[in-house]
Design a protein around this ligand. Structure first.
Ligand code: NAD
Length: 374
């Protein structure tokens, strides 16, 4: 079976394979081809892939047409889907809630498409969970970036010239990215506070040495998949009130609050931003799905009249292409390995499997989940 990893288009810095994942897939019996230059932005030249057992292709169309499995980071162009073999497997992020057109094209082309966003958040699927592997790095980098932009230091310092008090960091939304943001800010010596609507998070915040901000919102909770339930408008208003003072005291605020498949809630209003100190930094990790902060511009950094910098850059994990590629490539190789039939040397479509039930979007010309049909 032939597996192909195309070069991602600019500005994507990540690749869908690294030399380690290539070795793993070659050991399964796959013939692996990498498009020339695919790993350059993540510091892997063509030779590193060849040493790991891959072939290099300069002819993308031919490699796409020849492939039984295609691995990518981002969604393909619709026109490229028609170039794939009928019956091929395509695995990548697909943004399925916003891109039903892609799913339609995959179904029409008879290509089996897997969406990495739809990987179940279960213990068994953890090694294939790319949302987590990438969010972890984004959470880390949100604090590193904010620390670089801040005109102050994060730790407390007692010096002969006087004592510098620690910076205050507030993390809103404590999922995978939020936990890593808290841990990173603590390592850098900041005083850290955090809030999430899922009550189970309080203990995790405390165990990292941060303070959990208590806001009574009545009944909140989480879905079976562990995602936050949407709040009522009244609850959101109560939450904003409870957080306004903490934002005003903070040097860095990192927001990560997302709602699966829906726009992110606006949690920091422009009045709350206006109440923040000149020079403070807001990093909005939900920018791509609408943002948690009023005034966020997706993909950009902006400064308010009051001197607050709002960072809405998308996919912060892509600023760390080497490690983002390492863990993403590992997620993909683990996925292939999990469903690999060693005897038949082929990918096994067990349609009753819980993991495939979640992430296999099209199969045999059908869009499997009715939420994504027209
Ligand atoms: P996410 O990116 O969807 O959201 C980030 C955080 O924002 C979540 O913690 C959510 O509760 C929070 N949030 C939503 N609305 C909010 C609001 N109004 N105010 C404050 N916070 C708000 O979440 P995620 O990081 O993808 O994680 C989702 C869940 O999946 C978590 O429970 C996580 O622990 C779980 N998970 C489980 C596994 C596993 O078992 N293998 C792996 C990864 C994640």
């Amino acid at each position: 079976m032939h597996l192909f990893c195309p070069r991602e288009p600019d500005p994507e810095t990540r690749a869908s394979a690294d030399p380690e994942s290539v070795k793993k897939m070659v050991d399964l019996g796959l013939s692996v081809t990498i498009e020339s230059g695919a790993g350059l932005a993540s510091d892997h030249d063509d030779l590193a892939y060849v040493d790991a057992g891959a072939g290099i292709s300069e002819n993308r169309d031919q490699a796409l047409a020849n492939a039984d499995i295609v691995l990518r980071v981002g969604s393909p162009e619709v026109e490229e889907i028609a170039k794939l073999k009928r019956g091929a497997l395509h695995v990548s992020f697909l943004n399925p809630f916003a891109r039903k057109d892609l799913l339609k094209a995959f179904a029409e082309a008879g290509v089996h498409a897997v969406s990495m966003e739809m990987m179940p958040r279960t213990t068994l699927a953890q090694k294939m969970d790319a949302i987590s592997s990438q969010a972890n790095l984004a959470g880390y980098y949100s604090v590193i970036l904010a620390a670089e932009r801040l005109n102050r230091i994060l730790p407390m310092m007692m010096t002969p010239a006087g004592t510098i008090s620690p910076a205050r960091v507030f993390v809103i939304g404590v999922g995978v990215a939020g936990l890593q943001a808290i841990a990173t800010a603590k390592r850098l010596g900041a005083r850290v506070e955090a809030f999430d609507t899922r009550p189970v998070v309080e203990e995790q915040v405390r165990s990292l040495g941060a303070k959990f901000v208590k806001i009574d919102l009545g009944e909140t909770g989480q879905t079976d998949q562990g995602y936050a339930k949407e709040l009522t408008p009244e609850q959101i208003e109560m939450q904003r009130k409870g957080m306004a003072k903490v934002c005003a005291q903070s040097d860095i605020v990192v927001t990560t609050a997302k709602l699966f498949g829906r726009p992110a809630p606006t949690l920091v209003t422009k009045e709350m931003v206006a109440g923040m100190k000149r020079g403070s930094i807001l990093v909005d990790l939900a920018a791509e799905t609408g943002g948690n902060v009023e005034g966020t511009v997706a993909g950009e950094e902006v400064e308010t009249k009051g001197g607050v910098r709002i960072i809405g850059l998308n996919k912060l994990e892509a600023c760390l292409p080497c490690h983002a590629t390492q863990v993403y490539a590992s997620n993909l190789a683990n996925f292939i390995e999990h469903f690999w039939d060693k005897e038949a040397k082929a990918f096994q479509y067990n349609l009753e499997d819980e993991i495939l039930k979640g992430c296999l979007m099209t199969h045999d010309g059908e869009i499997r989940d009715e939420r994504f049909r027209d």
